[in-house]
Design a protein around this ligand. Structure first.
Ligand code: FE2
Ligand code: FE2
Length: 248
């Protein structure tokens, strides 16, 4: 059984009852040139935030049944609801500023297809990659606009996503600690390769916004990899020590 599920259930239940404040304010803050710069990029991220979550929920139920983690489905439901709220907040901002929503983007389709391939653990790896990269993007988006409402929206999303990353990395590292060292190394290698590919895809699709925020391709990749290392590369020996303590 996973160790910290009760803590995470409390976290998600609290935020379901008291969601972080949705940004209000006038519509005039977004200048026309800012709108032109961000419109397509924002619509792509809005599409990525939007999901009915049925595949993830199904995977969580299967995992919970196999491992006796009965709190996991409820946590997953609340997690999905929080993501749907992000999609709604972004959509509301877009609608109010005449930014057209998207139904399809190739990067979103790739993420969705990879997620469908396997079980809950793979879902976690794909989700955390999207969220780590998303946080670097939302920081960049915040810095290219003077629109107070969009800046607050970016900070709201970052605050929620940081908690999601904390939750997912907690589970990923605990599950990884149960595996033999060679398998752990292989999974890390494959995940980092996937992460780098995903970060580069985001650079290609959103480079106008990212460049305006001061990123080069190399700088953006470095910023994403720093986030990855902070959350998913614990200090040397941590995973082995966690594995050892489970054996005792
Ligand atoms: Fe989100
Ligand atoms: Fe998230």
């Amino acid at each position: 059984m996973l160790t910290n599920l009760r803590v995470w259930l409390n976290h998600f239940e609290y935020h379901a009852e008291q969601p972080r404040g949705a940004p209000g304010g006038s519509l005039s803050g977004l200048r026309p040139e800012e709108r032109r710069l961000i419109a397509r990029s924002l619509a792509t991220f809005q599409l990525g935030e939007h999901s009915d979550g049925t595949g993830l929920l199904r995977a969580a139920y299967r995992f919970a049944t196999a491992h006796g983690d009965e709190l996991l489905p409820r946590i997953t439901e609340l997690f999905i609801r929080e993501e749907q709220r992000h999609a709604r907040l972004l959509r509301q901002f877009m609608d109010e500023h005449g930014i057209r929503a998207k139904c399809y983007h190739w990067s979103d389709a790739v993420f969705r297809r990879v997620r469908r391939l396997a079980g809950f653990e793979l879902y976690l790896h794909v989700l955390i990659a999207a969220e780590l990269i998303g946080n670097v993007y939302y920081h960049a988006l915040e810095s290219v606009t003077g629109c107070h409402r969009l800046r607050v929206l970016c900070r709201t999303l970052i605050a929620d996503e940081l908690a999601h990353v904390g939750y997912e990395s907690d589970l990923i590292l605990e599950l990884r600690a149960r595996k033999p060292a060679a398998l752990r190394a292989l999974i890390r290698l494959l995940h980092r390769a996937f992460f780098c590919g995903a970060a580069y895809a985001v650079w290609i699709s959103h480079r106008a916004v990212l460049r305006c925020a001061g990123h080069t391709a190399g700088g953006f990749m470095r910023a994403c990899l720093e986030q990855y290392a902070f959350h998913l590369d614990p200090p040397a020996g941590w995973v082995a020590a966690a594995a050892e303590s489970r054996r005792r």
